[in-house]
Design a protein around this ligand. Structure first.
Ligand SMILES: Cc1cc2nc3c(=O)[nH]c(=O)nc-3n(C[C@H](O)[C@H](O)[C@H](O)COP(=O)(O)OP(=O)(O)OC[C@H]3O[C@@H](n4cnc5c(N)ncnc54)[C@H](O)[C@@H]3O)c2cc1C
Ligand code: SF4
Length: 375
């Protein structure tokens, strides 16, 4: 964004008295307030206002969907909503991240298991309240599922810088490559424990031949390993979008419902079109057969019923061939029955969040609950 573009966008804010944009933010960041500071040229103050509520402020600015503050923006009644997440990212970039100020230690020690946004949100709240925190992460890096977001949407340097601000201080000890399996014995060593384990199990199509597919996790962790002339992506959400936009090939997306039902922002449709991604909407894959180097897909068309469900239309079977790679990008889940009883949980594992900002908020709320329980 150029200086002129930024000033123009800031000037569109109406400074609405009731601050609907603040109410719509899961973390309670106030676009009204930070835009006001920015309008007076004080980007540092704008960055401070954002970062005191949001532990991953630039990250959220770059990846937040338009369903929160932007959807609530009153300016849309005149022409179109302010690009609030983009403005937030600009403020952090221009105003810099203020250092964390921490109170005297309170002598209590917490364990946070899982270092995605929910775990990091919990760490943020705990250290702001004087706790020492041991942060356990089974992978070799911090950040959880956010690490799978492609570099083009979220530069790793932004994420690394924001995570370092939260974890590189005398209150947090990070334990990488440490998968916790016995949660109960961890509980015995700490004043409080928060579980933020994400959604480890990718959803599958549940059809004959699905063993020929790879999961979105395998693909996005190492896209260069999987090269083919034609790639099929199954799914219609953010995860499928990232797979489709990452692939350097002819990509076809198989979406069970209508194109307008895809859970992605409008501008992302333009990106898919620009890249020439073919969207096979109202189409389900029912069988996969491997033939030499490629796969043949059997598909069926769907129609939307009066109850709004996607139902298969009989006699619409098709056979499509030549797919070198098939990616299942249907999201993932944490098996409810496996959630250990008697623990405070946060983030996507609870089934109540699905975005970075919501997971951060859930982690902060979990930490507040833990702090309350110790009083
Ligand atoms: C490809 C992709 C694109 C996305 N795009 C967006 C987007 O544009 N905007 C947006 O807002 N959201 C997006 N999301 C969703 C967002 O990333 C998640 O909602 C968020 O990361 C959930 O946070 P979490 O902390 O609950 O779980 P996670 O981020 O999954 O973190 C859980 C962490 O716990 C660790 N862990 C699990 N079990 C153990 C154990 N036993 N011991 C130790 N560690 C353990 C895991 O390794 C992981 O690091 C995307 C997700 C994906 C996969
Ligand atoms: S709702 Fe939109 S126009 Fe109103 S204060 Fe918030 S950002 Fe500005």
């Amino acid at each position: 964004m150029t200086n002129d573009d930024l000033k123009k966008e800031l000037s569109r804010c109406l400074s609405c008295r009731l601050k609907p944009c603040e109410k719509a933010c899961p973390l309670g960041v106030s676009p009204h307030d930070f835009i006001l500071a920015a309008k007076s040229g004080d980007y540092q103050q704008a960055a401070r206002l954002i970062a005191e509520k949001n532990p991953l402020p630039q990250t959220c600015g770059l990846v937040c969907p338009s369903i929160f503050c932007q959807a609530a923006c009153i300016r849309r009644k005149i022409d179109y909503a302010l690009q609030i997440p983009c403005l937030q990212a600009q403020m952090i970039e221009r105003g810099n991240l203020p250092p964390l100020t921490l109170p005297e230690p309170n002598g209590k020690k917490a364990a946070v298991i899982g270092a995605g946004p929910a775990g990091l949100g919990a760490v943020f709240e705990l250290i702001k309240n004087g706790f020492y925190v041991d942060l356990y992460e089974k992978e070799s890096t911090l950040g959880g599922a956010v690490r799978l977001i492609p570099q083009s949407r979220l530069p790793k340097e932004v994420l690394d810088k924001e995570i370092a601000r939260l974890t590189q201080n005398d209150r947090v000890t990070v334990h990488l490559n440490t998968e916790i399996t016995d949660f109960q014995s961890v509980k015995e060593k700490y004043d409080t424990v928060i579980l933020s384990l994400g959604e480890p199990i990718p959803r599958t199509l549940g059809i004959k031949g699905e063993e020929h597919c790879i999961s979105y996790k395998e693909y996005l962790q190492n896209p260069t390993k999987y090269q083919a002339e034609k790639i099929a992506v199954c799914g219609g959400g953010e995860v499928a979008l990232d797979c489709a936009l990452t692939a350097k090939a002819n990509v076809e997306m198989f979406v069970r419902r209508r194109r307008e039902d895809m859970r992605i922002d409008k501008n992302k449709h333009d990106e898919l079109d620009k890249k020439g991604v073919v969207i096979r909407a109202l189409t389900s894959i029912t069988e996969i057969n491997k033939t030499a180097a490629t796969c043949t897909l059997t598909t069926i068309s769907n129609q939307i019923t009066s109850e709004g469900k996607a139902a298969p239309c009989p006699e619409t079977k098709k056979s499509l061939s030549g797919y070198g790679i098939i990616i299942q990008a249907l999201g993932s889940y944490y098996p409810k029955e496996k959630i250990p009883a008697g623990f405070i949980t946060a983030g996507d594992m609870t089934g109540t969040t699905g975005t970075v900002v919501e997971a951060l908020s859930s982690g902060i709320e979990a930490a507040k609950k833990a702090i309350e329980e110790l009083k």
